[in-house]
Design a protein around this ligand. Structure first.
Ligand code: HEM
Length: 453
């Protein structure tokens, strides 16, 4: 790796060990490690095991990487044994021509018109959850939000409701999610796939359970005559590629699993982080409730409210800045490339971290403060485009980004009509960077009736 004439060489992260590089620091505390990389420079060299890597912190260089994915940067990176077993050839694990085919076939499922159709499900299932809540109770909001987004994902994806299939699928997915997370932290990352660790055995059994349900639903759906549920699975079954070919059952399984894992935990955790931030910032909470009262009043929120709930959406965006569910991103240089004036050799692993860039004081004044107004009006003008990239960017940008924003805003609005959630101010909730960034503990919150602002 060299630099353009007149440019100093790419700084190297100190502390790399022979053979393993910076793996111990990465595995011990990845969030601090990527923050330290960012503080070292806009582009920094480091090593994960024997993988030659650079870390990229500057929004302009991040933009340059994203816009060149599928050209000079490749998504052909090892997603690990667990994730690959789970999501198979699902869109997140693919690249090149096959990815293009899949993206084209799946894109219509996320058309704003279809999302408007899912909005009713989002509100109805939130109201159902609230029927079980009582004022004065304390509830673990992490359990509540993940169960809610899981039910919404199951219903909008393959029409399953809470009681039957979704419970089996949900339990199995919990096991899968834990195993994938453990691998991601580097615990089993370097154990060859042929070694059947106990975690891998659990993972296989869990995936088997989900597959059984999915293949049954796919077969029933294909055999059905007349009206079928208007969900993502029906859309995927009907989709045809440019040659008029449908997806195979295996591909339908892979894409459904992918959408499920991509869609529910990310949004669920965003809501958990949002509530703990709102509880610690009462002036923000007040302003959000006031907006919801003015726009929605007491009737059930609707899709058309989403565009008017600007401040509530800014609360979600600011939460995604401080606690980005996808906190790390890796691609590979598919050719010799230049980045920020430095030459990067082919096959170098290129890493970017939403966690590190979203908290860079150069782009966000007092970066640790929760200030939704950063995402309103003129304030956006001073923010470089890729200083905030919770949904990635470029051709692979999150397929569900609008779905996620609509879902989070409508859930916040529906709950705000009935309850205000309080948190013990001394409770410390440490983010745990697994496959997604998660609260490292339960999040008990007390339910109150909202008082008029
Ligand atoms: C707050 C919630 C969410 C966050 C933070 C998030 C984040 C991301 C990120 C960072 C990527 C990678 C983008 C890239 O490669 O440039 C991604 C991809 C993807 N997401 Fe999301 N996501 C969220 C919700 C959802 C939902 C609700 C769905 C579906 C229902 C979804 C489906 C997908 C799919 C299918 C991809 C792969 C796109 C491709 O490779 O072409 N996501 N998401």
């Amino acid at each position: 790796m060299t630099s353009a004439p007149g440019k100093p060489p790419i700084p190297v992260m100190p502390g790399g060990l022979p053979g393993i590089g910076h793996l111990p620091r990465f595995a011990r505390d990845p969030l601090s490690f990527f923050t330290a990389l960012r503080e070292r420079g806009d582009i920094v060299r480091w090593r994960l095991g024997n993988m030659d890597s650079v870390f990229v912190a500057h929004p302009d260089d991040i933009q340059s990487v994203f816009l060149n994915v599928e050209k000079t940067f490749s998504m052909d990176v090892d997603s690990g044994y667990a994730f690959t077993l789970f999501a198979g050839q699902g869109i997140i694990n693919t690249h090149g021509e096959f990815w293009r085919r899949q993206r084209k076939m799946m894109q219509p499922g996320m058309h704003p018109r279809r999302i408007a159709g899912y909005a009713d499900t989002m509100v109805t299932l939130t109201e159902q959850m609230l029927q079980g809540w009582r004022p004065g109770e304390t509830r673990d909001i992490r359990v509540e939000m993940l169960a809610l987004t899981q039910r919404i994902a199951a219903k909008t994806l393959f029409g399953a409701d809470v009681s039957g299939d979704a419970a089996t699928v949900g339990d199995a997915l919990d096991v899968a999610s834990r195993e994938i997370g453990a691998e991601f932290r580097g615990v089993t990352m370097f154990i060859p796939p042929s070694v059947p660790t106990p975690g891998r055995r659990r993972l296989k059994a869990a995936i088997g359970q989900v597959e059984q349900v999915l293949y049954r639903i796919i077969a029933e759906r294909k055999a059905a005559t007349g009206d079928r549920p208007d969900d993502m699975l029906s859309m995927l079954i009907d989709a045809r590629d440019d040659d008029g070919q449908p997806m195979s059952d295996k591909q339908l399984r892979d894409e459904t699993m992918t959408l499920y894992i991509a869609g529910h935990e990310t949004t669920g955790n965003t809501l958990v982080w949002a509530y703990q931030l709102l509880a610690r910032n009462p002036h923000v909470y007040e302003r959000m409730i006031q907006e919801i009262t003015e726009v929605v009043g007491n009737r059930p929120p609707e899709m058309s409210d989403y565009v008017a709930l600007r401040y509530t959406e800014a609360v979600v965006k600011e939460t995604l800045r401080l606690y980005p569910p996808a906190w790390l991103f890796q691609v590979k240089a598919a050719a010799d490339v230049t980045l920020g004036g430095h030459a990067i050799a082919r096959d170098t692993n290129v890493w970017m971290s939403q966690w590190a860039t979203h908290r860079d004081p150069r782009w966000f004044d007092t970066p640790d403060a929760f200030r939704p107004e950063r995402f309103l009006g003129d304030n956006l003008a001073t923010m470089p485009t890729y200083a905030w990239f919770p949904f990635g960017g470029g051709p692979h940008v999150c397929l569900g980004n609008r779905f996620a924003l609509v879902e989070a805003v409508l859930i916040l609005a529906t709950i705000a009509q009935r309850y205000r959630l309080d948190l013990d101010p001394d409770l410390v909730i440490t983010p745990q960077p697994l496959l997604t960034l998660q609260p490292g503990r339960d999040v008990p919150m007390r339910l109150h009736r909202p008082t008029a602002a």
